[in-house]
Design a protein around this ligand. Structure first.
Ligand code: ZN
Ligand code: ZN
Length: 323
């Protein structure tokens, strides 16, 4: 790679996160930030908060904390990693779709029935939304349960204050895993629906998915990573994860470890016994507890997972070989 290419990549890595503000597919799109402000205003009124509205919405200890600066640095690093290691491979989603389709034809022949255009749009929207959300839950669950994956996922949980940018505070290794998951889900389901609909999957099919995700992003997705206590009615928290439920997921109280790992739906947490309703938690503090200090800076968050894994392997080998 030439110097000019590297420089272009760096400039693009900086400008891309800034452009999220104008991109309706991104959580930081201006409209979603505005809707989050409106919902936060509702909570401000509901809870009769005594401080001024501006102080409630933008407390310095949240937006200018050391933890927040790690988030801000991480969004640019991850933008760089994404441009370098994800964007060139997005095409693989289409390859997977093509080969899934081929495989189904070879194995099952022409399908016994063909979906109409409408059935394709509705079916794809529902199946894609449910399957991709379940896969997010599953990968998130594994990140919490498998020790070496947890080391990387700790970067997201080491945030001691939450703001909408914390969404992008993930270790680059987790970023790669999550993107591989998305490419795989997209490829397999697009291939499946292309097969079932006799090649009727085209741009319009993705509209339904986009409409649902628009609704999700509009209704307070940005408040999940925030100090604003927006909860849903209890019955609804069995179906959808409310902002407070995700805040509980970030709690440093062991009682709430490995709870609420769902993304859009709480259904998976309910089904697999990892659900915590917002009414069960009061005064949530965020972070890793005793380990916070080890993850206080940007660089610590990058290298600590490798260091901890290296130390664990070393200890393991020592035990095995009695060194
Ligand atoms: Zn987590
Ligand atoms: Zn989070």
């Amino acid at each position: 790679m030439e110097i000019k290419e590297i420089l272009d990549l760096i400039i693009e890595s900086i400008s891309t996160p800034i452009s999220y503000i104008f991109n309706p597919k991104k959580r930081l799109y201006i409209l979603y930030l505005c809707s989050a402000l409106i919902l936060a205003f509702y909570v401000y009124k509901r809870d009769r908060i005594r401080s001024t509205l501006i102080r409630y919405l933008f407390p310095k200890k949240v937006w200018l904390s050391q933890s927040a600066f790690v988030d801000y640095a991480m969004i640019f690093l991850n933008s760089f990693v994404k441009l370098l290691l994800v964007v060139p491979y997005l095409i693989y989603g289409l390859y997977i779709a093509f080969y899934t389709n081929e495989y189904l034809f070879d194995y099952f022949g022409t399908p016994a029935f063909t979906l109409t255009a409408m059935q394709t749009v509705v079916g794809y929207t529902i199946v894609f939304t449910l399957v991709s959300d379940f896969m997010s839950y599953l990968v998130h669950y594994l990140m919490h349960k498998i020790p070496f994956l947890w080391e990387f996922h700790k970067t997201h949980h080491s945030a001691t204050t939450l703001n909408p940018v914390t969404q992008y505070r993930i270790h680059p290794v987790e970023l790669l895993i999550n993107n591989a998951r998305s490419i795989l889900v997209f490829g397999v389901l697009t291939g499946l629906f292309d097969y079932l609909s006799n090649h009727q999957v085209h741009k319009l099919v993705f509209l339904g998915v986009n409409v649902l995700s628009f609704g999700f992003l509009l209704f307070g997705a940005n408040l999940r990573h925030s100090h604003v206590k927006l909860r849903y009615w209890s019955f609804l928290e069995y179906i959808f994860i409310s902002p407070v439920q995700h805040q509980i997921h970030h709690s440093n109280n062991p009682k709430f470890f490995n709870k609420n790992m769902g993304s859009m739906f709480a259904l998976w947490d309910w089904l697999f016994g990892t659900l915590a309703l917002s009414k069960t938690a009061k005064n949530i503090e965020f972070g890793l507890g005793e380990e916070d200090e080890q993850y206080s800076s940007f660089w610590k968050n990058i290298y600590m997972p490798f260091y901890n894994i290296f130390m664990s392997v070393k200890m393991f080998l020592k035990r095995i070989f009695n060194l």
